[in-house]
Write a protein that binds this ligand. Structure first.
Ligand code: DX5
Ligand code: ZN
Length: 222
């Protein structure tokens, strides 16, 4: 699939979501952060807002669920038409069953890992998922500083995926900017979430394009 840029609307103006999404028409995915005040100490939006977004954009919608009990709630996001649904490994009771349910509903299934969660236990699960999300900040808020300590994990995730021969995307999320994206691309990430770096720019589409170019130039993937 190659390099993909997924702007996070967490840094957009929530009162004007349609026009904010129109600012990033050149993006590959729209990243939507769902937070529940329990898994993370922040609250954003849920299924009704995701449905409204789906009705207003042609871009694939990538739902990042930072919620407790994803086993119960995640399939609903796939059912309404999200292109991908990522739940957190730390929150899921039965990740294989859940990933299969998300796929059954027609979405790509993603597993998210907080910075301190190791990736190795997921090697045998790669056949069950479509994306690994390696968080590069502690989830919960936009605008945090990129955690360099996560880079070796991105590299190990890429090695695992290469060994498997599977087309599992490696997404990174948190602190991605013009200053940090090349390190992540070099380590093997191929889907880049960026909130403040895109929505904080005067020209959001130009920021997407700049990030894409930097990532493509630094990537070792063919
Ligand atoms: C944080 C969210 C991110 C957030 C990233 O927990 O998952 O998607 O929007 O924001 P930046 O790019 O500003 O770190
Ligand atoms: Zn996110």
């Amino acid at each position: 699939m190659g390099i993909q840029i997924a702007p996070s609307i967490l840094s957009a103006d929530f009162a004007n979501l349609e026009s904010e999404i129109n600012r990033i028409g050149n993006a590959d995915l729209v990243h939507v952060d769902v937070m529940d005040y329990h898994f993370v100490p922040n609250l954003t939006l849920g299924l009704p807002v995701v449905e409204a977004i789906l009705n207003r954009t042609e871009l694939p919608v990538d739902c990042h669920l930072m919620i407790d009990d994803p086993d119960r709630w995640a399939p609903g996001y796939a059912e309404v038409g999200a292109a991908s649904v990522t739940f957190h490994a730390e929150a899921a009771a039965a990740p294989i069953r859940l990933a299969r349910e998300i796929r059954r509903q027609g979405a790509r299934a993603g597993v998210g890992l907080k910075p301190a969660t190791p990736v190795e236990p997921f090697e045998d699960l790669l056949t069950e998922i479509d994306m690994l999300l390696v968080m590069t900040v502690e989830p919960g808020f936009g605008g945090q500083e990129f955690l360099d300590v996560c880079l070796p994990k991105i590299r190990r995730a890429r090695e695992m995926v290469s060994r498997s021969g599977l087309d599992v995307w490696i997404q990174i999320d948190g602190g991605v900017s013009k200053e940090t994206i090349e390190r992540c691309a070099d380590a093997g990430a191929d889907v880049f979430v960026a909130g403040s770096a895109v929505y904080g720019a005067d020209d959001a589409a130009a920021a997407v394009e700049d990030l894409r170019t930097l990532a493509a130039d630094a990537s070792n993937l063919s």
